[in-house]
Design a protein around this ligand. Structure first.
Ligand code: URA
Length: 424
């Protein structure tokens, strides 16, 4: 007879758990027969002592089996993307219409709040009228008709992960490479795509703080993918500064629309172009240069821009009525020089205080119009009195120490590295 106390002690003693033991833990915890305090103890033992790749593969398998599994095998050219969560990360809103315009089928289940800022579903929900949640049938129909669909993740996808993740969030057990890998991959496998591009964010504003952990996570997710007949491509990308200029839900939608229309020379455009190229190459099984040509063409011809409008329209959203906040507040430079640093972490915290993110998981109030626009780009020349960032809110402007948000230096900073590595 198996019992949870023996399993906790085994992991505490740095021993490898068997496939049967992991199955027992996942099933019993999902059914409510292992208590939260027992699961918390096991999770902490895992954070400290780790899991072998085999244990991680077993954990992923049973988390997939704990809920619904979508089968998309009868739709051609299906591809999915996932970001481990970044500040100002609105890439899905830009990349999805690009790849759909290239003939791929983007099937994506997204979440709400990620840390300090909103998730893709919060961003879409900031569009008045937009229906974020589809049935399985509607999801498949939209993929077939439009070439893309983004829906809120159903309660039943990787049910065990949902319960375990909620517990990790409140027990200091989020920062574990095998737990992160199994959590993300279980949801992706259950969502039905066999091809996946992962954007692993690295830096102070991200879950993964250094490149060597990012590499470990990438290789582990690729391995889990292989075990599940899934091809995975990982981009390791910079999250020391925010992605693009806007942080906050409706502000990010606005930036996504502008990026598809004007494709300005920003870190956001560059990353979206790279992600889309990798996705098109993977989904259509064509080489990188050919995929890049197709991606560029959808931007130039405005096909991708029109695809985003068609998608919003299909969901009854009205992009002309994005909410605007009552108050704005400009933060200006009191020095001359160059914008040498922007802190993604501090800007994300400030954005949450302005109302753009949830303070706790249960927090249902989110101000869709709140957020920040960064009015200058990194390394831009700055004069005294220039506006560096503008805050938007319907509430009060919090106390601000601008020195922690950005730095003005005599000289520009070293070259900014956006994409560190691509691992396949
Ligand atoms: N995102 C997830 O879904 N799970 C994790 O563990 C971390 C980020």
């Amino acid at each position: 007879m198996m019992n949870i106390i023996d399993i906790i002690i085994k992991k505490k003693d740095q021993k490898e758990l068997t496939d049967k033991e992991i199955k027992y833990v996942v099933e019993k915890f999902t059914q409510g027969n292992i208590k939260d305090y027992q699961m918390s103890a096991l999770l902490m033992a895992i954070v400290i002592n780790g899991l072998t790749d085999e244990e991680t593969i077993s954990l992923t398998k049973y988390m997939v089996l704990s809920g619904d599994i979508l089968n998309l095998d009868n739709i051609d050219n299906i591809v999915d993307k996932h970001s481990t969560g970044g500040v100002g990360d609105k890439t899905t809103l830009i990349v999805a219409p690009i790849v759909a315009s290239c003939g791929c089928k983007l099937a994506k289940m997204s979440g709400r709040g990620l840390g300090y800022t909103g998730g893709t579903i919060d961003k879409l929900e900031s569009i008045p009228g937009f229906k974020v949640s589809l049935t399985k049938e509607e999801f498949i129909e939209e993929i077939k008709n439009l070439g893309m669909s983004i829906t809120s993740q159903t309660e039943n996808i990787a049910l065990a992960d949902k319960k375990i993740y909620a517990l990790r969030d409140v027990t200091g057990t989020t920062e574990s490479i095998p737990l992160i890998a199994s959590s993300i991959m279980s949801k992706k496998i259950a969502s039905g795509s066999k091809k996946l591009v992962l954007d692993i964010k690295v830096g102070e504003g991200a879950l993964i703080k250094n490149i060597s952990d990012a590499r470990k996570l990438a290789n582990l997710m690729i391995k889990i993918g292989k075990e599940n007949s899934m091809q995975v491509v990982c981009l390791l990308t910079n999250m020391d500064i925010p992605l693009g200029n806007n942080i906050g839900n409706s502000l990010e939608v606005l930036e996504a629309i502008n990026t598809l229309y004007y494709f300005p020379d920003t870190n956001l455009t560059r990353l979206c172009s790279e992600l889309a190229t990798q996705m098109v190459s993977l989904a259509l099984d064509i080489d990188y240069d050919e995929a890049k040509k197709r991606v560029d063409e959808t931007l130039r011809s405005k096909k991708a821009y029109n695809k985003l409008l068609a998608f919003v329209n299909d969901r009854n959203g009205d992009i002309t009525k994005l909410p605007k906040s009552k108050y704005f507040y400009q933060i200006k430079s009191d020095k001359e020089g160059y914008l040498s640093e922007l802190s993604s972490l501090e800007l994300a915290k400030l954005s949450m205080h302005l109302g753009a993110g949830r303070k706790t998981k249960e927090d249902s109030t989110i101000d869709y119009s709140a957020g920040i626009i960064i009015n200058k780009n990194l390394n831009d020349k700055v004069k005294i009195g220039d506006v560096i960032i503008t805050l938007y809110t319907n509430g009060e402007i919090p106390q601000i120490d601008k020195n922690i948000l950005f730095k003005i230096a005599e000289n520009p900073n070293k070259a900014y590295d956006l994409i560190y590595e691509i691992i396949k």
